[in-house]
Design a protein around this ligand. Structure first.
Ligand SMILES: Cc1ncc(COP(=O)(O)O)c(C=O)c1O
Length: 491
């Protein structure tokens, strides 16, 4: 066929919007984003909508033909109005951060730039930026400067990858080839009774099994009992078991408790066991004056999970794993295959992220972190974290001073666990549990504030997590007034 008779099939151009269409769609999307940020503090925090109603709103046959982009955007705006407003200053549910505009702008650029950050060869500049960002993560958390690291989707994946690394580092057996059945003894992982669910889940996914996770008891402040840890590891070794790692909390998910990291590091050194710290929530507080002393030993860990989509205010998703000796990352994840062989031309061009983590195709997650840290500076981020802790302490003090509220846990970071407990109901656990369960849902329905919950022993706690640079002490007053108002109505 002569070259000039090769023509485009008629449909090939239809995925290319014209320059003016791109401008119109991009401008409208930006307009929505700007409005969303301008109105971040407007209620409701949570929409009143039923699941069936929402399903009906999105129910539509597969669109075969193009719809006007204005109509598509309008439908998105309607659906967005039925989302939870995570940027709202009184969104206190879970460890859910507000995000930030610099991160959003970077995410837009990330999608447009569409780099596949598998390796230096595939994405030279993005790989360089991720290495830079990993270095900044070490500096912010006080982790070893020589460490290796990788960005992942979140804290759960970082914990999963950390346990995979610790497992390989715990033995000369080639676990990748032979599986965990070839280990010399039953694998054991040690974590506090408050550990995040991602730890037993990781044990299950690694084939070690959830039963392999020994939950070490905690003290009255929900911190790991290090004496019990030491005794357990020694008796497991005597029984022929195979200790894999100890997981310490740098801010556990229920109360924000920080385990005695220095003492755990000592036990791990004595017993030659890998020390992993789950800093998904609290790791970035390491430089915040109100938390720094309790987090000073972070640098002693063999590995550290961080979650930039929490206290670095990055939009979802962005997690991070740091490993003090980078060779252990490679030992766990290198998996030669012909189609991914790196052309060996030395230095950075040989570098491949697939040798350092579970993913092959990877989004350019580093860009939003790079933007946030450059647009605001680490000092401002650290100050915002410290402010969040101060605001949480304000709430704790207000609760302690109120006859109708009761605090259920210490406040080492920015989580406050408490309950509505008027004098006439004090001591009636079942009644208080039922009342506070109802209150949590009713407060969510009101849309003025959003709380989640935790079980503190047998007590149902309302749990306020403050991970938002917009939240102030005034929001704490509104929160307590809202709960009182809803309680009066419930009564
Ligand atoms: C202490 C801790 N670890 C792990 C996780 C899991 O993080 P992600 O939701 O990013 O997977 C969380 C989430 O809140 C957490 O608080």
């Amino acid at each position: 066929m002569p070259p000039d008779s090769i023509t485009n099939p008629p449909s090939a151009d239809s995925l290319e919007l014209s320059a003016s269409e791109r401008e119109a769609l991009g401008g409208a999307a930006l307009g929505w984003v700007l409005k969303y940020f301008n109105e971040a503090s407007a209620p409701p925090v949570y929409p009143t909508v039923g699941a069936a109603q929402l399903s009906a709103l999105v129910d539509e046959a597969l669109p075969q033909d193009a719809q006007p982009v204005a109509a598509v955007l309008e439908q998105f705006a309607m659906l967005a109005s039925f989302g939870r407003n995570n940027g709202h200053p009184r969104m206190f549910g879970y460890v859910q951060s507000s995000g930030s505009f610099a991160g959003v702008a970077a995410d837009f650029l990330t999608s447009a730039f569409n780099q596949n950050v598998t390796s230096w060869r595939s994405a030279p500049s993005a790989t360089a930026v991720e290495h830079q960002v990993i270095d900044w993560m070490k500096a912010m958390s006080g982790f070893d400067r020589e460490a290796g690291g990788i960005l992942l989707s979140g804290g759960s994946l970082a914990n999963f990858a950390a346990l995979a690394v610790a497992l390989r580092a715990s033995t000369d057996v080639d676990v990748n080839q032979l599986g965990v059945g070839a280990l010399p003894g039953k694998p054991r992982i040690y974590a506090s009774a408050m550990t995040h669910m991602s730890i037993p889940k990781a044990a299950a996914m690694l084939g070690i099994g959830r039963d392999a996770v020994h939950l070490v008891p905690v003290d009255a402040e929900f911190r790991m009992d290090v004496g019990a840890l030491r005794t357990q590891i020694a008796s497991d070794r005597a029984a022929g078991h195979h200790p894999v790692c100890v997981v310490g909390n740098a801010g556990e998910v229920n109360t924000g408790a920080i385990d005695p990291l220095h003492d755990i590091a000592e036990v791990c050194a004595e017993q030659r066991v890998w020390f992993h710290i789950d800093g998904s929530y609290g790791g970035f507080a390491a430089r915040a004056p109100r938390a720094a002393p309790a987090l000073a030993a972070i640098g002693r860990a063999d590995s550290l999970s961080l979650d930039p989509h929490k206290w670095l205010f990055a939009p979802l998703d962005a997690g991070c794993l740091l490993v003090r000796d980078p060779r252990h990352l490679k030992r766990a994840f290198t998996h030669g295959a012909a189609y991914v062989d790196v052309i060996a031309d030395r230095d950075m061009s040989e570098f491949a992220f697939w040798d350092h983590g579970p993913e092959l195709s990877r989004r350019f997650r580093a860009l939003k972190i790079w933007f946030i840290l450059k647009c605001h500076g680490a000092r401002a981020i650290t100050a915002a974290i410290d402010d969040n802790i101060a605001v949480a302490q304000t709430l704790a003090a207000a609760i302690d001073a109120s006859p109708d509220f009761e605090r259920l846990a210490p406040v080492p970071l920015s989580i406050v666990c408490f309950r509505y407990a008027p004098a006439r109901l004090r001591g009636q656990r079942d009644t208080l549990n039922a009342l506070n369960r109802t209150l949590m849902v009713d407060v969510q329905r009101e849309g003025e504030a959003y709380l989640s919950n935790a079980m503190i022993g047998d007590d149902f706690a309302l749990r306020a997590c403050i991970v938002n640079y917009r939240t102030t002490a005034a929001d704490m007053r509104v929160l307590l007034e809202t709960i009182r108002r809803v309680a009066a109505r419930t009564a």
